[in-house]
Ligand binder design. Structure first.
Ligand SMILES: *[C@@H]1O[C@H](CO)[C@@H](O)[C@H](O)[C@H]1NC(C)=O
Ligand SMILES: *[C@@H]1O[C@H](CO)[C@@H](O)[C@H](O)[C@H]1NC(C)=O
Ligand SMILES: *[C@@H]1O[C@H](CO)[C@@H](O)[C@H](O)[C@H]1NC(C)=O
Ligand SMILES: *[C@@H]1O[C@H](CO)[C@@H](O)[C@H](O)[C@H]1NC(C)=O
Ligand SMILES: *[C@@H]1O[C@H](CO)[C@@H](O)[C@H](O)[C@H]1NC(C)=O
Length: 413
């Protein structure tokens, strides 16, 4: 185990803890050792700390607003979505690029401090517990955490895991989830279509106990792509029930609910796109034709093969299947949430339909030309924690600095 606790915070935080009589509880999070500089698509679970515009949430995580919306199956055909106000405490899955920094999987974003911000309020409030005050302090080499200048740009490390984007050899996207009061492992497993065993294995948990504030990695069943390595969206992976935007907003891919095969169609966003027609055919991306014959069903489909040098690669394939597949079902879309009650049930929209249609007004992305996994520049914060990466188990559960999280609680209250 690497030593990750500098002493400077020790005295301050233990003093504050002592004075405040808050019970000291150790928050756990799962870290994945890594060696190579590859990245993967991952997600962090975020609860809005206040009412925020779509663009503000996207900016907080430096992600494409369209990618944020589609990852949550929010219908992007509504007008002026960037300025749509999302309600406080809404839970969103934010697609992030999971990188490898100092031997540990991490994602990075930046945050510009505002008056009355403290490390604790940024960590527990703004970023809803996805990061601790100590981690922000370490990542930015802050010596005196009690003084935080306004307008400072902080590097914020966020937890993420890749685990080869598989779970039990099946495609999976990992969601970093901050445990909330009342959560149980079985409840979490049921909510995300995974199993208790999978969650326990991934997080190297000895028991089924989780505490509020713990960060667990949840494998979300997903649809993998098989784009060539030289395509800019290589490795695109979309969790069941959601969408991703690709090829400079020209292509929209979805996963589920019927099967876990990635299904891509032209996106209905108002951008100019290269041809999406398959060569030597009149089929467009996503089109499928079927012909019943005595031998079975002759299925011809035009599918997306990645974004290469600004070109949308299309692939025409024909296969003989025992029976003709039914119409493609899309994951249900939800209307942009305005109140928490809209989504508390996560009720699917009444008619599962392809987003778009006629007369769509589109959000103007503030990060043009980005795909779901772009938008994050691998931040090079002034050296994070110098923990040596253990390599014995798939996952290593570590204790974050409990005293410092205590300090953050004190500050927030
Ligand atoms: C990683 O996943 C790929 C399939 O996506 C699989 O072929 C490969 O064996 C996996 N590697 C490891 C180390 O599990
Ligand atoms: C995918 O999600 C749908 C609900 O949207 C669910 O019925 C189905 O079981 C899920 N499939 C997998 C493999 O998790
Ligand atoms: C082919 O795909 C295009 C674009 O998604 C769609 O507008 C069209 O209706 C599809 N045609 C058929 C025959 O499915
Ligand atoms: C299947 O359909 C394609 C195009 O419609 C055709 O070229 C091919 O010969 C057909 N194959 C069979 C086995 O019928
Ligand atoms: C992309 O374009 C560059 C130069 O424009 C070329 O060298 C490269 O081979 C192209 N890549 C692919 C995969 O076509």
């Amino acid at each position: 185990m690497g030593t990750r606790k500098p002493y400077s915070s020790f005295t301050i935080s233990s003093l504050l803890c002592f004075l405040s009589f808050f019970p000291v509880s150790l928050a756990k999070s799962t870290i994945e050792p890594c060696a190579v500089s590859d990245t993967c698509g991952a997600m962090v679970g975020y609860s809005l700390y206040t009412d925020l515009k779509v663009a503000e949430v996207a900016n907080l995580f430096q992600v494409d607003p369209v990618a944020l919306l589609t990852a949550n199956a929010i219908d992007i055909s509504y007008p002026d979505l960037e300025n749509h106000i999302l309600p406080a405490r809404l839970f969103l899955k934010v697609p992030v690029v999971c990188a490898c920094k100092d031997g540990i999987r991490k994602s990075f974003t930046r945050y510009r401090t505002r008056p009355s911000d403290t490390l604790g309020s940024v960590a527990d409030g703004v970023f809803s517990g996805l990061v601790s005050a100590e981690q922000i302090r370490d990542a930015n080499g802050i010596t005196d955490p009690t003084v935080l200048d306004v307008g400072l740009t902080l590097t914020v490390p966020l937890p993420c895991t890749c685990f080869n984007s598989t779970d039990n050899l099946l495609p999976a996207v990992y969601l970093s989830y901050v445990v909330r009061p009342g959560d149980t492992v079985s409840g979490i497993a049921a909510r995300y279509y995974t199993t208790v065993t999978d969650i326990m294995t991934v997080n190297a948990m000895g028991s089924m106990t989780v505490k509020p504030g713990d960060i667990v990695s949840i494998p979300l069943p997903a649809c993998a792509s098989s784009f060539p390595r030289y395509s800019s969206d290589f490795g695109l992976i979309v969790p069941n029930g959601s969408y991703a935007i690709a090829a400079s907003h020209c292509v929209q891919c979805s996963c589920g609910p019927g099967n876990l095969k990635l299904y891509c169609t032209p996106a209905s966003l108002a951008v100019s796109c290269s041809s999406m027609q398959c060569k030597n055919s009149n089929l467009m991306l996503g089109n499928v034709t079927m012909q019943q014959s005595s031998a079975g069903c002759n299925v011809t489909s035009c599918s997306y093969g990645g974004y290469v040098n600004g070109t949308i690669v299309t692939t025409l394939s024909t296969s003989l299947q025992p029976r003709c597949p039914g119409d493609h079902q899309f994951p249900p879309l939800i209307a942009p949430p305005t109140a928490l009650s809209d989504v508390s049930s996560l009720a699917p929209a009444p008619s599962p339909s392809q987003s778009g249609g006629t007369g769509t007004t589109l959000p103007k992305p503030s990060t043009p030309g980005s795909s779901v996994f772009s938008g994050l520049s691998p931040a090079n914060g002034p050296s994070g924690s110098a923990s040596s990466a253990p390599s014995l188990s798939k996952a290593l559960t570590v204790f974050s600095n409990a005293l410092f999280s205590c300090l953050t609680i004190v500050i927030v209250l």
